[in-house]
Ligand binder design. Structure first.
Ligand code: PGA
Length: 239
């Protein structure tokens, strides 16, 4: 795993944005895997800035997001579709038809998971995947478990994730109990991966990932198997 340690959140966001921009410049029709959460907000602001300056175009880019709550309506301001439109897609020259987020309104979530996995395959996999890391070591909504799923699937959120995400909702009771998420195999189809981490509450998760052992109760450790992963983090994560 390559590691880039940054002095500040802004620097972390800039370094990640430079890597995304380099990917899109080298292949304008790139498939970029995206993540939600507070960690990549600065990265998205940088990409919007680059697009507004005319430095970068998303005209031919396709995006696939890692996950979405289930059930949830895209008009709900806590849905990941809403988050992506608000922070990124509404400000880019991207064709919205080329932005993919699992459908939190699907009547049959299992069928939706299969459709989403097939979509990733049909796109030829992901060129560059952006990831955050949960404080419990989750990647997307691949929660700690005895077994991890390879493909996009429906999953129950763990109490720790419900607690971590309740800060965005009126109360923990309002956090959806399930999600649609890419599996570890879907994520591993990415040719390269950037994992971003910031803040002391990610220390435990990042140090477990850097131990160079693999443990399904800490899904991020699986990234040690991938040949092209870059951790971009702030120094407080490693202290
Ligand atoms: P965060 O979430 O960026 O809001 O910390 C990361 C995650 O849970 O994967």
């Amino acid at each position: 795993m390559n590691i880039i340690v940054c002095k500040s959140y802004d620097e972390m966001s800039q370094r990640a944005a430079q890597m995304v921009a380099a990917q899109i410049k080298s292949k304008p029709s790139s498939v970029i895997g995206l993540a939600t959460g507070s960690t990549p907000e600065g990265l998205y602001a940088q990409l919007v800035e680059m697009c507004k300056n005319g430095e970068l175009s998303f005209k031919d880019v396709t995006t696939v997001n890692l996950d979405e709550y289930y059930p949830i309506n895209p008009t709900n301001d806590q849905s990941y579709r809403y988050f992506m439109n608000y922070h990124l897609f509404d400000h880019l020259d991207i064709d919205k038809a080329n932005t993919n987020v699992p459908d939190g309104t699907a009547a049959d979530p299992v069928a939706e998971a299969h459709r989403y996995e097939q979509k990733i395959t049909d796109l030829g996999g992901i060129d560059l995947q952006i990831l955050g890391i949960g404080r419990n070591g989750h990647i997307g909504f691949n929660e700690p478990d005895q077994k991890l799923m390879l493909d996009t699937h429906v999953t129950d959120l763990t109490p720790d994730t419900i607690d971590a995400n309740s800060r965005f909702f009126a109360s923990a009771n309002d956090v959806p109990r399930q999600a649609l998420t890419m599996g570890m195999g879907s994520i591993f189809k990415a040719k390269s991966i950037i994992i971003m981490a910031t803040g002391a509450n990610k220390k435990k998760a990042v140090s477990a990932m850097l131990e160079r052992t693999v443990d399904t109760s800490f899904p991020a450790t699986m990234l040690n198997f991938h040949p092209n992963v870059t951790l971009i983090c702030t120094a407080d994560v490693l202290e």
